[in-house]
Design a protein around this ligand. Structure first.
Ligand code: PLP
Length: 393
């Protein structure tokens, strides 16, 4: 059995493409070509060159000595925070903009919640001279002013989603509507391993550069390619998919997924999808999602804007259902403490999303000689205001 996607676009019982008929031609065009395009030598060359010269890859694999000493195990940090734009998201947007060009598209649309994916998309559109339209909930536009300003500086048009709760899921609905109306010239860049097949697999493959690099780097440092554990926070699940990818079918490597418990898993203010979610369909894919008795999507909550998505990608739903991955949920308070601790112990201020992954060491014990690799998915600059308010800095 493999934990990779199968030919029909499923991870176990999760995944697929549950889309309105009018979207079928767009998704089918992508599905029928993405693997061949990604295999082309010229595509791989251009992708790798941009990851190197523009994004700054390979990102370091850093042995966190003081942090390791504190928790009595060997902790390595994969430094995605050092990527251009400050997080892993750009690995995917670079891949998808190259895909869009191969498909002959000239116009890019995207959805964004906190604005991080919007910025990563606007960045690559500027790089390629492509038109960029980002849909963003009206409430998020108010909450995330600096990222809105960044997108505008990068030449993108930010369109507010005014329906529903005026947040991420409404922005996604608007983006889908746009795509239906512009099937010929437009590519929709989805920001995580969610959405209809082939998006989860395509995004996972673009992010898989993370675990590909770890194999070489760990061999250099530890004399082996495989760590004992790989750990990542899960919003939709793209940074996690990236660090798991080459280890999915290696049972000797433990997989740990960290979700946001918000104020507590059962407080009604949480984003712990594996604990609270039930099977359902969101944004074109069958997966686990937080919903009411009658199937309405529940508004998620987390102190970190990047983790408050009501679903998880189908790869992760399958990792949960099969028991291949261990799922841990971390509260706002514990994440914030861990973010401050890493800053103090290592001189690295992490994104609050990432702080959730760092917080597991308080409760999850590892052996002294275990090698644990954490995906340091992003840097904390964007979260400075939240840190300031929380700690009264
Ligand atoms: C967006 C984001 C996340 C969550 O998204 P995934 O698709 O789950 O990776 C995590 N960390 C950072 C820094 C982010 O910007």
């Amino acid at each position: 059995m493999s934990y990779q996607v199968n030919e029909k676009g499923y991870y176990g019982e999760f995944g697929g493409a549950y889309i309105p008929e009018m979207l079928y031609p767009n998704v089918e065009e992508l599905r029928s070509q993405y693997l061949e395009i990604m295999k082309e030598e010229s595509f791989q060359e251009e992708f790798k060159q941009l990851l190197k010269d523009y994004v700054g890859r390979p990102t370091p694999l850093y042995f966190a000595e003081r942090f390791s000493k504190k928790y009595n195990t060997k902790v390595y940090l994969k430094r995605e925070d050092l990527c251009h734009t400050g997080a892993h998201k750009v690995n995917n947007t670079i891949g998808q903009i190259l895909m869009a060009r191969r498909l002959g598209k000239t116009r890019i649309i995207a959805e964004t919640g906190a604005g991080q994916h919007g910025v990563a998309t606007a960045t690559v559109c500027a790089l390629m001279g492509m038109e960029c339209i980002v849909y963003m909930g009206a409430i998020d536009i108010e909450r995330q002013a600096p990222n809105v300003a960044r997108m505008k500086m990068l030449g993108a048009t930010v369109i507010p989603a005014l329906s529903g709760s005026r947040t991420l899921k409404d922005a996604t609905n608007e983006a889908i509507r746009d795509w239906i109306n512009n099937p010929v010239d437009t590519h929709y860049i989805i920001g995580s391993v969610v959405g209809p097949h082939p998006y989860p697999d395509m995004v996972a493959k673009f992010q898989s550069v993370i675990s590909e690099e770890i194999k070489t780097q760990l061999l250099e440092k530890e004399g082996r390619e495989n760590p004992d554990y790989v750990v990542a926070c899960v919003g939709g699940g793209s940074n996690a998919a990236g660090i798991y990818y080459h280890y999915l079918d290696k049972p000797e490597v433990g997989i740990i997924a960290v979700e946001a418990a918000g104020k507590g898993v059962f407080t009604g203010e949480s984003a712990a999808t594996s604990a609270l979610g039930k099977e359902g369909i969101i944004h074109g894919s069958k997966t686990l999602l937080m919903q009411t008795e009658d199937g309405q999507i529940t508004e998620p909550y987390s102190i970190s804007a990047g983790l408050d998505y009501p679903g998880i990608g189908p790869m992760h739903a399958n990792l949960f259902r099969t028991g291949r991955a261990e799922f841990i949920s971390i509260t706002d308070d514990d994440a914030m403490k861990a973010g401050l601790e890493l800053s103090n112990l290592e001189g690295i201020i992490p994104a609050i999303e990432t702080s959730h992954a760092l917080a597991i060491f308080e409760t999850r014990k590892f052996n002294e000689d275990d090698v644990v690799v954490i995906n340091l998915s992003g840097r904390g600059d964007k979260d400075l205001n939240t840190y300031i308010e929380y700690f009264n800095l």
